[in-house]
Design a protein around this ligand. Structure first.
Ligand code: ADP
Ligand code: MG
Length: 270
C-alpha cells in the first residue's frame, strides 16, 4: 500500500449559498493514475480547484503528501502540484516557449532568473508533449488543441509531484487524446508522479486509471477500480442515459457504448 499523495476528509463546498460538494472523503495513492468522472455540473472542476488550493473549504481536512494544505505557501504548492485547467486562455501574445518556461517560476531563486538548466527542462517538456515545433509561435495564434498541449507542457516543466488535469483531452483529436493519456502513463512510470485527471472519456479512462471516482450531484457515487465503477447501474444512475457495458477487445477493461433512442424504441417494439 503506497502512502497517499492526497487525503481529503469531510469536504463540503458552496459557491455563496449553493452547495456544490457534499461529504467528500477519499485518498489518492502516490504514483497512481486517478480519474474523476461524472455528469456536467457534478462538481469535478470545483473538486480539482479545492485540491489545488485555489478554492478553500473551512470544513475539509486536506493533506497534500504528508502536509496539511494550509501549511503550503504558493511557491511550495507550485513545486508540489501543477493544475491544467479547463479552457485556459492566454490574453497576451506570449510565445509557446515563454509559456512553458513559466512552469519554472516556482523553482527560480530570489532574483527570479532562469538558468540554462531551466531552458533545458522547458525544451524537454516541449519535446515530451510533441509541441517543440511550435516553440517560437505566439500562443494566441494556436488552435485550442495546440494551446492545450502547451499548457500540459508547462505543467510538466513545473516538475510537480502531483499533476491535476481538467478534461485535458476534450479539445484534442483522436491521436492526441491517446497521446496525452500515454504521456501521463509514461510520466507516472518514469518519474513517480501522481496523475489526477477529470475526463468524460470513460473508455479511455478505463484503460489507464488505477482508480476511478464517480461524482454525481456533488457527492461520491462510487470509487474503485474501473471494473467496480463502470457498471450499467452506476453509470445509468449518475448520467440518466441508457448504455451497454461489455469488455473492451483490447483487454480486461470495461467498455461502454451509448444507446441511441431509436435502438431503445426498436427493442421495446420487439
Ligand atoms: P463540472 O466540472 O463537474 O462540470 P463544476 O465544478 O464546474 O462542475 O460546477 C459545479 C456546479 O457549481 C455547477 O452547478 C456550476 O454551475 C457551479 N459553479 C461552478 N463555478 C461556479 C462559480 N464560480 N460560482 C458559482 N457557481 C459555480
Ligand atoms: Mg468541469
Amino acid at each position: 500500500m503506497t502512502a497517499p499523495a492526497i487525503t481529503i476528509k469531510d469536504l463540503n463546498f458552496s459557491y455563496e449559498n449553493s452547495p456544490v460538494l457534499t461529504d467528500i472523503s477519499f485518498s489518492v495513492g502516490e504514483n497512481s493514475f486517478f480519474v474523476i468522472i461524472g455528469p456536467n455540473g457534478s462538481g469535478k472542476s470545483t473538486l480539482l480547484k479545492v485540491l489545488a488550493g485555489i478554492l478553500s473549504s473551512k470544513t475539509a481536512n486536506i493533506h497534500i503528501l504528508d502536509k496539511p494544505i494550509h501549511r503550503y505557501t504558493r511557491k511550495s504548492m507550485a513545486r508540489t502540484l501543477a493544475l491544467v485547467t479547463q479552457n485556459t486562455t492566454v490574453d497576451f501574445p506570449f510565445s509557446v516557449l515563454d509559456v512553458v518556461l513559466m512552469g519554472r517560476a516556482p523553482h527560480l531563486g530570489v532574483l527570479g532568473l532562469e538558468q540554462e538548466n531551466d531552458l533545458e527542462i522547458a525544451n524537454q517538456a516541449l519535446e515530451f508533449t510533441g509541441v517543440e515545433y511550435l516553440a517560437n509561435r505566439k500562443m494566441d495564434q494556436l488552435s485550442g488543441g495546440e494551446q492545450q498541449r502547451v499548457f500540459i507542457a508547462r505543467a510538466i516543466c513545473q516538475q510537480p509531484k502531483i499533476i491535476l488535469l481538467d478534461e485535458p483531452t476534450a479539445s484534442l483529436d483522436l491521436a492526441h487524446q491517446v497521446r496525452v493519456m500515454d504521456l501521463m502513463e509514461k510520466l507516472k512510470k518514469e518519474t513517480g508522479i501522481t496523475v489526477i485527471m477529470v475526463s468524460h472519456d470513460i473508455n479511455l479512462a478505463a484503460m489507464y486509471a488505477d482508480t476511478l471516482l464517480l461524482l454525481s450531484r456533488g457527492r461520491i457515487a462510487c470509487a474503485g477500480c474501473p471494473a467496480e465503477v463502470i457498471t450499467y447501474q452506476n453509470l445509468e444512475q449518475a448520467y440518466g442515459c441508457t448504455l451497454l457495458v461489455d469488455q473492451n477487445p483490447l483487454g480486461d477493461y470495461p467498455r461502454i457504448t451509448l444507446v441511441p433512442r431509436k435502438h431503445l424504441i426498436l427493442k421495446a417494439q420487439n
